[in-house]
Ligand binder design. Structure first.
Ligand code: 13P
Length: 254
């Protein structure tokens, strides 16, 4: 597929996989995806598996991501994980502001912006998630919600750092529900987000930012979604937990 930006497809394992299960999956992916050069491939295991997965994917084309990170470098923040700790395992990407964290941990756009700055300060790359709920979409609020989240979660970044930031559009109603946004709905939201980035930064920056789609991505719908002009990859939940389906999503997107 001839794309303006290199595709980035990441597996968000969420709160799944023991260390042994993570190793099985990582080892299979390393073999199944060894020949893929066209796509940036990322896996985001739970923190407890980062160490072993990091070793398992050494010398491969698979990069490691974390599912969250503190805005602080160290100190009395029970349960939090700092950038320096992630870097010990060669983590390159950090998912921030996933809708599950916005919902269950009440993460705000302001907190996500602080974390995005901390991720960049550590020379890691944030994957910043945005997305509307079904109620918001049905109330005609999609654009307002997305603009508020994009402006709030990416506030304060320089143009250079914004260009290195990945945005993930994950409509909340499509996550884990089997309901995928239609290609037209995905393209419309992605183009809208790119437009907001253009207003916030400039057009050149907006054209460089990779925007992933997330929400019930499967081998069967990956190709059509990735063929959209402003869809530059995927953030995959359920279908990333099995080597075959994650590898097929990537292969079908090339
Ligand atoms: P599913 O692919 O399971 O719908 O999850 C999407 C997601 O939340 C990825 O971050």
């Amino acid at each position: 597929m001839n794309k303006e930006r290199k595709l980035i497809i990441a597996g968000n394992w969420k709160m799944n996989k023991t260390v042994a299960e993570s190793l099985d999956l990582a080892r299979s992916l390393k073999i199944d995806l060894a020949s893929v050069k066209e796509v940036d491939i990322v896996v985001c295991p739970p923190f407890t598996s980062l160490s072993e997965v990091s070793k398992a994917i050494l010398d491969s084309n698979i990069r490691l991501g974390a599912q969250n990170m503190s805005e602080h470098n160290a100190g009395a923040y029970t349960g939090e994980i700092a950038a320096g700790m992630l870097k010990e395992f060669s983590v390159r990407y950090v998912i921030l502001g996933h809708s599950e964290r916005r919902q269950y941990q009440k993460e705000s756009d302001a907190l996500i912006a602080l974390r995005a700055a901390a991720v960049h300060a550590a020379s890691l790359k944030p994957i910043v998630c945005v997305g509307e709920t079904l109620a918001e979409r049905e109330a005609g609020q999609m654009e307002k919600v997305l603009e508020t989240q994009v402006r709030g979660s990416l506030a304060g970044l320089s143009k250079e750092l914004m260009a290195e930031t990945v945005v993930a559009y994950e409509p909340v109603w499509a996550i884990g529900t089997g309901k995928t946004a239609t290609t037209a709905q995905a393209q419309e939201a992605h183009a809208f987000i790119r437009g907001v980035l253009s207003k916030m930064f400039d057009e050149a920056v907006a054209r460089r930012v990779r925007i992933q789609y997330g929400g019930s991505v499967k081998p069967s719908n990956a190709r059509e979604l990735m063929s959209q002009a402003d869809v530059d990859g995927a953030l995959v939940g359920g279908a990333s937990l099995e080597a075959r389906s994650f590898a097929d999503i990537i292969k079908n997107s090339i």
